[in-house]
Design a protein around this ligand. Structure first.
Ligand SMILES: Cc1ncc(COP(=O)(O)O)c(C=O)c1O
Length: 506
């Protein structure tokens, strides 16, 4: 190893050693598996203190470039990110900033970002998004609500506000949650820019480096991005007919100490299943016994089409262990970006602080507009209307699936929510079906987007809220044809293979 140290430089000697070794690895002079000289030897050659070399090696090890093995020595075992060597004046070009080398972490957001492809959806019947159809929203009534809010509040709406949220909306939410059996107060409430931000803030406040979070599998991709992106550690628990598998959860909690259990108990995304009351009580009892908090995502709660309403986990919680999140996105205004968290006071205070750091507060005009729209019963009226419409769309999809899908496929029959989860035969791949479906003018979400790891390739999420019942029938008919075509092609191929093998035997 040839290193040149500049003793007159203001760069400490250890940093010069580390920097030059790093550069040699980057240039390929030193390769993965190469052995570095022992500290004492290198110190002697370079005429520096042994501690100087030790510090340099420690810095390289912390960057993941080298590792030491007792009795064997120190070896190169990583590559540095692309070099950011200064360019000479004449060489510098406006577009030459090495952004990828500057990224603080390597977020693998293949989940949330992978879900939508709006450009490719143009002119297609899209079953991709679990969102309310904008055309169903009463825009004139909403415009009047915004005008009334401005008239009533005036310049308050353009002034800076509190990180906890707009007071009247907080109080309204407290009264609304009481109707679902949740006892909370304004100081336990933080208004956020939607559930996605709520997940982020909760993760910032509660999940430290190395902490594990229990998530359901499959689950909402935005939660996977928050809890599993950039190296987050998680434990997946399967979702069955009754929601999160409580036996598996018990087993895990008896061996590990996760920081949080994230669950969507009502009209789970993507499966559509709902936890029964008994399962809800058991989940709380298990979490209480193991002293692990629950993060309840109740975003689909307002969209029940049949069966009795079930109490949220937060309403059943006698131990103060549930953090509850919800938003106005699924019931009408996803673009307004208003959601909320109800949490024990000590956590709500921390969340308010995190909210302040993130974006000071959610826009007051948005909060005041939805408050004005809600307090006169217009939101409740709208929800009633969309429930009727979505229920018809769900029925249309169930009917169409029964008519057009092959007997080898199966699917959930959700009591509410926005999507149906379809299981294709194991031999089929939902990505291939998506390819075929797009050629027939239909798109949907292949199931792998909803798994943090070990994705299942034969699942499809079909959302039914954005298109009319007639379009649903047409889309499912085309999808069914695509699935059947793939299946019969496979069967033909297998039959031919079988015949050939038979001929070979003869
Ligand atoms: C379960 C779940 N949680 C959270 C979100 C994000 O909601 P918001 O628009 O309030 O950020 C979604 C959106 O699809 C969701 O399905």
């Amino acid at each position: 190893v040839i290193l040149e140290l500049k003793r007159e430089s203001h760069v400490p000697l250890y940093a010069q050693i580390a920097g030059q070794v790093r550069e040699m690895i980057g240039q390929g002079v030193l390769k993965i598996g190469d052995r570095l000289p022992p500290n004492r030897e290198l110190a002697k050659v370079l005429g520096v203190n042994r501690n100087t070399v030790t510090t340099a090696y420690e810095e390289l090890a912390a960057d993941g470039l080298i590792s030491s093995h007792v009795g064997r020595g120190t070896f190169i075992d990583g590559m540095p990110p692309p070099s950011r060597k200064p360019l000479s004046k004449e060489k510098a070009q406006p577009s030459q900033m090495p952004w990828s080398a500057l990224l603080a972490d390597h977020r693998r957001d293949t989940w949330l970002g992978g879900l939508r492809f709006p450009d490719r959806e143009k002119g297609m019947i899209s079953l991709v998004c679990s969102l309310p159809q904008p055309e169903l929203f009463p825009m004139d009534e909403f415009r009047r609500s915004i005008n009334n809010a401005i008239k009533r509040e005036g310049s308050v709406l353009i002034d800076s506000g509190s990180s906890g949220g707009y007071g009247p909306l907080q109080e309204y939410l407290v009264s609304q949650m009481a109707l679902s059996g949740i006892r909370t107060s304004s100081d336990e409430l933080v208004i956020t820019t939607g559930c996605q931000q709520s997940l982020n803030l909760i993760s910032q406040v509660l999940v430290g480096a190395g902490d594990e979070v229990v998530i359901e599998t499959p689950t909402y991709p935005g939660a996977i991005s928050v809890f599993c992106g950039s190296g987050g550690r998680h434990i997946s628990v399967p979702v069955g007919r009754e929601g999160i598998d409580l036996d598996v959860l018990e087993d895990i909690l008896s061996q590990r100490r996760p920081k949080l259990i994230y669950t969507i108990p009502s009209f789970h995304n993507p499966t559509g299943v709902t936890m029964s009351l008994a399962a809800r009580r058991r989940l709380i009892e298990i979490a209480a016994r193991h002293r692990v908090p629950i993060l309840e995502d109740d975003i689909y709660q307002g969209l029940r089409y049949e069966g009795p309403a079930l109490l949220p986990l937060k309403a059943l919680d006698e131990y103060g262990l549930v953090i509850y999140i919800n938003s106005f996105s699924k019931v009408g205004v996803p673009g307004l970006r208003v959601g909320w968290i109800s949490a024990p006071r000590i956590i709500a205070e921390q969340l308010s602080m995190a909210k302040r750091i993130a974006d000071l507060h959610t826009g007051i005009l948005a909060q005041a507009a939805i408050y004005e729209f809600s307090r006169h019963g217009l939101l409740a009226k709208h929800i009633k209307r969309i429930r009727r419409a979505f229920s018809q769309r769900r029925d249309a999809m169930l009917e169409a699936l029964a008519l057009h899908f092959p007997a080898e496929a199966s699917w959930t029959k959700p009591d509410g929510g926005m999507a149906i989860w379809v299981k294709l035969p194991e031999s089929l791949n939902a990505d291939q079906i998506l390819h075929d479906a797009m050629e027939r003018g239909v798109t949907f979400s292949p199931g792998h987007h909803f798994y943090s790891s070990l994705p299942r390739h034969n699942m499809m999420r079909l959302s039914f809220t954005m298109v009319s019942p007639a379009e649903i029938h047409e889309a499912v008919k085309r999808l069914g044809a695509a699935v059947k075509q793939r299946l019969s092609a496979q069967k033909r191929q297998w039959a031919n293979q079988g015949a050939e093998e038979y001929r070979a035997l003869v």
